[in-house]
Design a protein around this ligand. Sequence first.
Ligand code: MSP
Length: 684
Amino acid sequence: MKTFYVTTPIYYANSLPHLGHLYTMIVCDTIARSKRQRGIDTYFLTGTDEHGINIERAAEKAGRTPQQQADYVVDYFKQMTREFGLDTAHGGYDIFMRTTAPFHAEGVSELWRRIAKAKTPKGNDAIYKGHYEGWFCAPCAEYKTEDEYQIKAINDEGVPVCLIHDTPLDRVSEESYFFRLSDYGDALLDLNETRPDFVRPESRRNEVMSFVRGGLQDLSVSRLKTSVSWGVPVPDDPAHTMYVWFDALTNYITAIGFGNEERERAAGFEKYWPALHMVGKDILRFHAVYWPSFLMAAGIELPRAIVAHGMWVDPNGRKMSKTLGNTVELDVLHKHFSIDAIRYFVLREMVFGQDGRFGYEGLIDRSNSDLASGLGNLSSRTLTMIARYCDSRIPSGQIPEEKLLLAKRSSVDTDETTVAGFIETARDQFLLHFDNLAFSRALEAAWSVVARVDKMITDAKPWDLAKDENQRHTLGAVLYRAAETLRWLSVLLYPVMPEASRAIAKQLGMDQPPDKIDPAGLKWGELREGTPIGDVQPVFPRLDKSQIMSEINGIRVVEPEAVPAPPAPSEGVPNFIEIDDFAKVDLRVGTVLSAERVPKADKLLLLKIDLNEEQPRQVLAGIAQYYEPEKLVGRKVVVVANLKPRKLRGYESQGMVVAASYGEEGRPVIATFTEDVPNGARLK
Ligand code: MSP
């Protein structure tokens, strides 16, 4: 039997996961489901990376031991995978791997021993003891070369700071074991040339190759236990702790039994290795350069492929990260959206390999257009009509000879193979794109089917056909084609939307659930005439955008939309206000002294504004998606100075910045002056 092994990275146990982590899991879960559906014995790994200085520090900060810290994060991860239907019970991962598992330590030690005995392709010892002198970034768990940090002035001192994390690096000067990576350059180039699919997509392969061509330095693979104690000790030299990436990468083989018989029996290294490693592009080098070199040294077969996806960035194009406070929180996602809508959105929206912008509005819009109005509507209109016109049974798809002319007259294609052929072609395209991991294009192919069959229904007008007894067969044929299409879609889309696909299959009365049907083997016409359909229920309810957005933002409506629209003028009576009404509003000129983003609130900026009062005013403005905070500093603005203060996201807002609002999105444009005006001046 064919087997397949797919892995996510194992995530650091120092902080809680966000959309980025969920994304890689969804991608791997989708791949695993698709392989299983096609009859391939599949093993799917996810888990946590629990050792190293960064976890030690996170634990210390939280007042926990490193193990408690890891357990705490793992609990959250497991709960998250349950809630998002990614755990074993929901047909998701096979193992939640933890690097603190005792069998893992056994396996890593075995790998180390093998490499320690090995010679490089140039005949040198693969591991040797030396002295490391350099800079280390704990959050990256990586040594940094000169072009990977910048010197920043901190307390009058020039301190090297990580370009990614903007945090000071640790100085390391100590005895260390080295892996002789510099001897593996040619082997790695050979590998990428002979297996052009080893690193995917091609742009990433090119990146890896040029990195290797630039020359490889030997890699420090241990730290003194006195510096880093939370990790696996180096075999036969417990004064050293293994480098966390050596430890972490090895999880992919220890999880399935490398170096441990019990795991071998439970999963099977022989059976499942080599794996397809799905990773974010941020950790490509570790997987495409270090990992294959370790494996070559140990004489272990190389992975099937390293596939690097792009990063989710916020609407301003910045990578999601905890430090920037722009992450999409999983609790919020889970509260407002169905799992399948999230899965569909992330797979449809991100062109695989490239970065993707995430915005809740986009998720709501796609969910409403593609799911509620698209697939969901096709499903409910088809099934409702079968219930109403066909006594809740799948009708026959055949139109007898003598009725063909009549059918033609009502714009129904009498040749069933036209629609069947279209759908078969779309299925083939879907599978081809899917196998190339081009999920977005695969879904486009599936949605071309939705559009096509929707149009078939609209053209045929079954509601009119139903009024004419002579058109009974035509009506049946149209509804049969729509129902059979839905059957195909439920099978094709199962890996992407397991719940919705099952729901559609159940409503169609299919005797086999979609996960048990191989999409490559689908044959047109296998939906049996006379099958009773199930209860018709909407699969994707419409989402109320303004309500969800205001709930997500934690406020009823964020400024500048907060101003209620003026009452509509009653007929013939212009909508005037008295001058006194206007005078109630105290509008003042101010200068923005500082502006910063509010953590966990995509839209809000926290402004300090000088209104020529004793203290600057603190004002929250819902403009973060349109204005970079730095650009606002020094700007003249108009503030509603007598607006009742209120608390948003834990901050008191003492007024409101006046802005025009235009377009469907209500894009804000801040009101300002072209002439010089002193702060505090009143607008009358
Ligand atoms: N522990 C290492 C991996 C060791 S694997 C042997 C690590 N952990 S991590 O917690 O930082 O996870 C990084 C991975 O999380 C990325 O490679 C990617 O899979 C996922 N993502 C984290 N943020 C992301 C985005 N903003 N967008 C997409 N995926 C992201 O690195």
